[in-house]
Ligand binder design. Structure first.
Ligand SMILES: C[S@@+](CC[C@H](N)C(=O)[O-])C[C@H]1O[C@@H](n2cnc3c(N)ncnc32)[C@H](O)[C@@H]1O
Length: 507
């Protein structure tokens, strides 16, 4: 356990007393968001604005129990014992004191040294970034809350399909692991810092998660010999130009921890298992981010499918400015950031989700890179993975040839024209859509014609005969093209429609 970890894990009895009290108190994420009119409770937990003041001074009127708890557990306000016992009852106050969740305040009374908040249906304790009178914990091993936008994106894109074994790598406060205990039979959570492992262990007891094991150590070292159906990770990936916090800096080029994770993962995934990883890296002059990720797999490359879902790309200079503004860095630092990206030959910073899938049987593997559209969710991600996995499977060519494709919804075909020998002539065809992913698919003219002929009545085999009798077109090339059109929803076939309702997809 971290030597200066502020809480106590040794006593089992107080945890259920506190859990039962919190569960019946009305202290929910929904309450906090709606009461304070916030899009996310993240804005309550961090010292970006005047949150402490907000929590302390505003909304005094009608001091309900959940509001009282917000001021105690989030704002860090000191209360005297009689007031606490009146609102929480004596046994709950005693239990909170036993675990270190209430300690003597700076003035007479008691205060909470960490933050405790409801998140996605569980309760989480993590480091207090601010206190009413000033900054909170400032160590390099600061444990973030998991309510940050990027953490929520990470969690939102992990599959919740039931599985047997799940590993949360770099667990921090343990939020993703706690949520996984609801759909996975056994869950492991690993973190390199004793402080994070202590918080995750504390939160395990606070939520009574019997099927969660928390371990401390460097990447896979603590789980050597085990393997998992699903591994999730939101690793540190910032360049070392930032503040040097363990949760944020990803080694010398920012990608070093992701690289180690990908390099070391092969024996830790079961066949058919997947890694869901939040990533940030760079496309470089001679190598895209996804190409580099594949190279990290080394000899295991032939066993893995890889899809990079890109949420955002930014010119390095713009990314640097955003990060500097976020940390209030001096403007002269920009030159250091620019030198850093110049040395890497970075052309753009790429932020997104990486999914690696270990194939379940011997078959060709696939790789893809897709851009998020405005309404892309985890469902569309799973749909694409399933589609690509089916395409790579045996017998799929026959099933595809028997299908009766029809047009997808909401796409456009952009035709580029130019003058050729004095005549306006089509030079290029590009299908465009924003659902399920934002896609610009440059196609040959026959593919544009194929889509226009697909009416849901004729089979794909029939369409092949039509084209093969008029041009040189191998069946493999035809099936690849058909697969690409269906995988971007320019065409649809029965049983593989994308998840959104047709109306949502067409918007
Ligand atoms: C960006 S934080 C994510 C925390 C949490 N998963 C979340 O989403 O809120 C990255 C976490 O990885 C941990 N970490 C960093 N390097 C690690 C390593 N080599 N092995 C295991 N954990 C590591 C950090 O301590 C930190 O808790």
């Amino acid at each position: 356990m971290s030597s200066d970890f502020p809480l106590r894990l040794g006593l089992p009895e107080p945890f259920p007393i506190i859990r039962n009290f919190l569960e019946s108190s009305g202290y929910t994420e929904e309450f906090l968001r709606s009461h304070f009119h916030l899009p996310s409770i993240h804005f309550l937990l961090y010292p970006y604005g005047l949150q402490a003041e907000y929590l302390n001074k505003k909304y005094e009127e009608g001091d309900s129990l959940p509001l009282f708890l917000a001021r105690l557990f989030i704002a860090g306000r000191t209360y005297d014992r009689p007031a606490l016992e009146e609102r929480l009852t004596s046994p709950v106050v005693a239990a909170l004191e036993q675990l270190g969740l209430l300690i003597p305040g700076d003035t007479a009374g008691l205060r909470c040294p960490v933050i405790v908040y409801p998140a996605l249906g569980v309760f989480v304790a993590s480091d207090r970034g601010f206190r009413p009178e000033g900054p909170g914990y400032r160590g390099k091993d600061y444990v973030m809350s998991g309510t940050e936008h990027i953490c929520r994106q990470f969690i939102a894109h992990i599959s919740r399909a039931p599985c047997k074994t799940f590993l949360d790598m770099g667990t921090g406060s343990g939020l993703a692991a706690l949520l996984a205990t609801k759909f996975s039979e056994q869950v492991w959570a690993v973190d390199i810092t004793p402080r994070a492992a202590s918080y995750a262990g504390f939160n395990r007891l606070l939520n009574g998660a019997q099927n969660l094991t928390v371990l401390e150590g460097d990447l896979f070292t603590p789980v050597r010999g085990l393997s998992f159906d699903r591994i999730a990770s939101n690793p540190p990936f910032e360049p070392p130009l930032k503040d040097g916090m363990i949760f944020s800096v990803g080694g010398e080029d920012g990608e070093a921890i992701i690289k180690r994770l990908v390099t070391e993962i092969p024996p830790y995934l079961n066949p058919g298992g997947r890694l869901y990883c939040q990533v940030c890296g760079t496309d470089r002059e001679n190598e895209s981010f996804d190409e580099r990720i594949l190279s990290w797999l080394g000899e295991a490359r032939s066993e893995f499918d890889a899809v990079l879902f890109v949420r955002l790309t930014l010119p390095p200079n713009e990314y640097a400015i955003q990060q500097m503004l976020g940390e209030n860095q001096d403007s002269w630092k920009l030159q250091e950031w620019n030198m850093f990206y110049h040395k890497l030959k970075a052309t753009q910073v790429v932020i997104g989700h990486l999914i690696l899938q270990k194939r379940a049987s011997v078959r060709p593997t696939f790789t893809a890179r897709r851009n998020f559209g405005p309404v892309t969710t985890q469902k569309e991600i799973e749909w694409l993975l399933d589609w690509e996995t089916q395409c790579a499977g045996p017998d799929f060519a026959d099933r595809l040839l028997e299908s009766r494709p029809r047009p997808g919804l909401g796409w456009e075909l952009h035709v580029r024209h130019g003058l050729q020998e004095g005549k306006l002539t089509p030079l290029g065809y590009t299908f465009f859509t924003t659902y399920p992913f934002e896609t610009n698919l440059h196609v040959a003219s026959w593919m544009a014609m194929l889509v226009s002929r697909c009416d849901g009545k004729a089979t794909a085999a029939g369409h092949y005969q039509f084209f093969a009798s008029r041009m040189t077109l191998s069946k493999e090339e035809y099936l690849r093209a058909l697969g690409a059109l269906i995988g971007a929803d320019f065409l649809r076939i029965d049983g593989f429609e994308p998840p959104a309702s047709p109306e949502a997809a067409a918007q």
